[in-house]
Design a binder for this molecule. Structure first.
Ligand SMILES: [Zn+2]
Length: 199
């Protein structure tokens, strides 16, 4: 079952616009991942998958908006800036025209681990997902679904002390997360996984 794209937290919009620093860097990376179908749309279900985020100068993060997976190249308005989040209330505040990705709280939990983490990539790939599970890569449990408080908590536990890391989400079919100190390092890490397991 594909459990993707359903927003499981509450959110409130502060305004429709924001200063988008690093747009080129985040969008260039996102286009590369889309070409490799690591971000995209499931053709039958018409559900977008995968997303990308980068820490913003104000301490929140920019993230691709919900249901943008089908687009080859995104525009600035296809992203939002998340300002603040509460795991306790399962809620966040943001600016932008669209809705934040349904996996925004998972990204937030990673940024809260360390100030040195500046980029988070969430990809989907069935074969890579299966291979990472077979090779006992770090993982979140089968019982834990994306976009939930439980996911945010477990991500924090398995990623503690890490600033350049990847793990497989066993309870979110095809889902893998990579994060790093910079967008370039996160992209390198992603492509390295791709080459290691799929070539
Ligand atoms: Zn996903």
């Amino acid at each position: 079952m594909i459990d993707e794209g359903v927003i499981k937290f509450s959110f409130s919009r502060i305004k429709n616009t924001f200063n988008f620093h690093h747009f080129e860097r985040i969008n260039k990376t996102r286009t590369i991942l889309h070409k490799k179908e690591l971000i995209g749309e499931y053709p039958i279900e018409k559900l977008g998958y995968g997303n990308i985020s980068m820490r913003s100068p104000k301490g929140g993060f920019y993230i691709s908006a919900s249901q943008t997976g089908a687009k080859k190249v995104l525009e600035e308005s296809d992203y939002v800036e998340v300002h603040d989040y509460s795991f306790k209330d399962n809620s966040l505040t943001f600016s932008g025209e669209m809705k934040p990705s349904s996996e925004s709280l998972t990204h937030a939990s990673i940024y809260s681990i360390s100030d040195s983490i500046n980029a988070v990539i969430h990809i989907h790939h069935n074969e890579l997902w299966k291979k990472m599970i077979t090779h006992h890569s770090p993982s979140t449990d089968e019982t834990i679904q994306y976009g939930t408080i439980e996911m945010a908590e477990q991500v924090k536990t398995i990623s503690e002390g890490k600033t350049n890391f990847s793990f497989v989400m066993k309870g979110h079919e095809d889902g893998i997360i990579i994060f790093a100190e910079s967008m370039n390092l996160a992209l390198d890490h992603t492509l390295e996984l791709y080459d290691r397991y799929l070539s």
